[in-house]
Design a protein around this ligand. Structure first.
Ligand SMILES: CC(C)(COP(=O)(O)OP(=O)(O)OC[C@H]1O[C@@H](n2cnc3c(N)ncnc32)[C@H](O)[C@@H]1OP(=O)(O)O)[C@@H](O)C(=O)NCCC(=O)NCCS
Length: 218
């Protein structure tokens, strides 16, 4: 099996949309309203990703994990207009199809996105997750992300909690991506997840404040 991480093109828009919808349905069931998950539409999402991927050169980066011609994951990042928590870039999406999780694709995607954002001048990254998304939280904590905040927000009438993780040193994040699977990285903080909040974390990036349509492209 050869899985390549490569930059996405407009030809990948539909595959990205499919992976995203698939991941939302397998990850967020029970966290966000079923009605929303069931109504997610590949064509609409494809159109959005087409727009993202055909935009003029900008400081957004999108990478896909290509498994012998099949897109099984993707990651995206962008520079922030205003730094948040002193972080100047955002990891806006990282999704790996369930049947390809836990084989290192996620960290390779984050590595690619972080490196691309560093090339755009980024010093640090922020990522938002639904607090109940334990798997993603463990992933970011494995990469030595620091929990910045947990806060409630409401979406589609459903009260949720989001958690923000920060990677203030983008070089350290890139190193962590390259070493975490081998277990030879520096020691991690004891625990960055406060007791009692170990449940929910969901991506705030998914809330899509940078998307004028209000549709979540992440
Ligand atoms: C979170 C996600 C992107 C991680 O990608 P991945 O390819 O599965 O992760 P990797 O194989 O690179 O994992 C690297 C390390 O992170 C940690 N990790 C990753 N997923 C984990 C999980 N579900 N539970 C605990 N630890 C996890 C592990 O330490 C793992 O190393 P190991 O497998 O050798 O133990 C992927 O599982 C995914 O797409 N999940 C569903 C969508 C989602 O939640 N996206 C994030 C939105 S904010």
């Amino acid at each position: 099996m050869t899985i390549a991480i490569r930059r996405a093109s407009t030809h990948d828009a539909q595959a990205i949309a499919r992976v995203r919808i698939d991941c939302w349905r397998t990850t967020y069931r029970g966290m966000i309203p079923d009605a929303y998950l069931d109504a997610m539409d590949v064509d609409a999402s494809t159109a959005l990703w087409n727009r993202v991927l055909s935009a003029s050169p900008n400081t957004t980066s999108v990478f896909v994990a290509d498994d012998d011609g099949v897109v099984v994951g993707f990651g995206a990042g962008n520079m922030l207009e205003e730094p948040r928590y002193a972080l100047d870039a955002e990891l806006s999406a990282v999704y790996v199809r369930r049947d390809r999780q836990r084989i290192g694709i996620g960290r390779r995607l984050v590595d690619a996105v972080a490196s691309a954002q560093r090339d755009h001048g980024a010093h640090g990254l922020i990522v938002w997750v639904i607090a109940a998304n334990k798997g993603a939280r463990a992933f970011y904590e494995e990469l030595r992300g620091a929990l910045l905040v947990e806060q409630p927000f409401e979406w589609d009438g459903m009260p949720l909690v989001e958690a923000g993780y920060g990677f203030p040193d983008i070089d350290a994040l890139i190193r962590a991506c390259e070493t975490c699977a081998s277990g030879d990285g520096p020691p991690r903080p004891a625990s960055s997840t406060p007791k009692g909040s170990g449940e929910a974390a969901m991506p705030r990036a998914w809330g899509g404040s940078n998307n004028p349509d209000g549709e979540m492209v992440h």
